[in-house]
Design a protein around this ligand. Structure first.
Ligand code: NDP
Length: 400
């Protein structure tokens, strides 16, 4: 029998929903590149329900308890006296999420002698100290592709919101005004602009495909080049590194994982190489950008706008400057947790758990760390190391 500790975001302030805006979800056959959707034997939830919060429990309770496992779900994740910290001491498996990350630092790994498997309900396992996980032989797996398209939709929304000055215009309506000149004094068309993505993996490529329809010039940089046919189909310009790409771009979208190579990549120096008045979109991870460099660039006008839904740590303190900086379009890490994405990652987590308990191999594409080294998607997209430093600050969310 195993103990599974699962950390999920809090329920809605008005309680768990009794009904939903829509009846069900569209049925997808497979992911855009043909990869299979999650294939658990069975699911015990209704796709379209709110599964990602504490009461949603990723729809896993029945499945786990029927097999005699102990299943603890909490949102209390930060600080030494948190439920997560206490339960970790007895946990065999931890399920955590990037949206409300239970930081699995080296200190916490040292306090979890039984921990064998850390599952990310989503994509991006940078909240786990991967170096410490490798040293301890902990398997780290995530649900690759589950929300990549969801995020690419969010990116397109954010690009248009910033360029068209949507959020301030909406605000004038709410405030009962009709201030057209105030709204349009910062409003442009996306058409004809140059958009560059840092990484053209699942999210980056899905974003490029969606942007193609806007008649923009598309640029990208990645560690591996896309095929010639994809470059041709989308009319892409490749750059060997981010420094050589950003001077061309009116819009830059960041779509690489956070790992030692990309931590604080967008600092004063790199932002200084961008066009004056460029827009920066970061739905990848907060720590890929230097927090204060972004604020400085918005205040000076070097950046015309910054939007994203990733912060560091999460939740950020109430006085985090990205809440109040000018011309921002931030969301609280929601891009990859639409109801549709939740249904996919809940099914994906169940698939991983079924494999684990039945002694079957976890799909290669889900693996980040296995048998003491980077594996599967992890071996392709990450470098070994730790980027969780500073995560303790999340405990201050309630205080500041
Ligand atoms: P993929 O693994 O499909 O793509 C990541 C890409 O980043 C790969 O092509 C990888 O290159 C590339 N890459 C890695 N390091 C660098 C680098 N130093 N410079 C340029 N490219 C680099 O992942 P996804 O596209 O699905 O997700 C990307 C990230 O987006 C996740 O890791 C996560 O941090 C974030 N995310 C955010 C969500 C949200 O809700 N906001 C939800 C889901 C993901 P290669 O593999 O070719 O070496």
């Amino acid at each position: 029998m195993s103990k599974i500790v699962c950390v999920l975001y809090e329920d809605p302030v008005d309680g768990y929903p009794k009904s939903y805006a829509r009846d069900g979800l569209p049925k997808l056959e497979h992911y855009p590149d043909g990869q299979l959707l999650p294939t658990p034997h069975k699911i015990d939830f209704k796709p379209g329900d709110l599964l990602g919060c504490v009461s949603g429990e990723l729809g896993l309770r029945k499945f786990l308890e029927n097999q005699g496992h102990q299943f603890v779900v909490t949102s209390d994740k930060d600080g030494e006296n948190s439920v997560f910290d206490r339960e970790l001491a007895y946990a065999d498996v931890v399920i955590s999420q990037p949206f409300w990350p239970a930081y699995i630092t080296a200190t916490r790994i040292a306090k979890a002698p039984k921990l064998k498997l850390a599952i990310t309900a989503g994509i991006g396992s940078d909240h786990v100290d991967l170096k410490a996980a490798m040293e301890r032989g902990i398997t780290v797996a995530e649900v690759t592709y589950c929300n990549s398209v969801s995020v690419s939709e969010h990116i397109v929304m954010m690009i248009l919101s910033l360029i068209r000055n949507y959020i301030p215009s909406y605000q004038w309506v709410v405030e009962k005004g009709w201030n057209i000149a105030d709204c349009v004094a910062r409003s442009y068309d996306l058409e004809g602009m140059t958009v560059g993505t840092v990484a053209a993996g699942r999210i980056g490529l899905a974003t490029l495909r969606r942007l193609k329809a806007f008649d923009v010039k598309l640029h990208y940089t990645d560690r591996y080049r896309l095929s010639e046919s994809v470059e041709k189909e989308l009319g892409l310009t490749f750059h060997p590194n981010v420094e050589s790409m950003v001077p061309f771009c009116d819009v830059v979208t960041i779509n690489c994982p956070l790992h030692p190579e990309t931590e604080h990549l967008f600092n004063d120096a790199l932002i200084g190489k961008m066009k004056r008045g460029a827009y920066l979109i970061n739905t990848a991870r907060g720590k890929i950008c230097d927090r204060d460099a972004v604020v400085r660039a918005l205040e000076s006008g070097q950046l015309a706008g910054y939007a994203g839904d990733v912060w560091f740590p999460q939740p950020p303190p109430k006085d985090h400057p990205w809440r109040t900086m000018p011309h921002h379009g931030m969301t609280p890490h929601t891009a990859g947790t639409s109801l549709a994405a939740q249904a996919r990652y809940a099914a994906g987590v169940r698939e991983i758990l079924e494999c684990w308990f039945e002694g079957r191999p976890i799909r290669e594409e889900y693996l980040i760390v296995d048998k003491g080294k980077l594996a599967g998607t992890g071996a392709h997209s990450y470098t070994a190391g730790n980027v969780t430093e500073g995560a303790e600050e999340a405990a201050q969310f309630k205080e500041r």
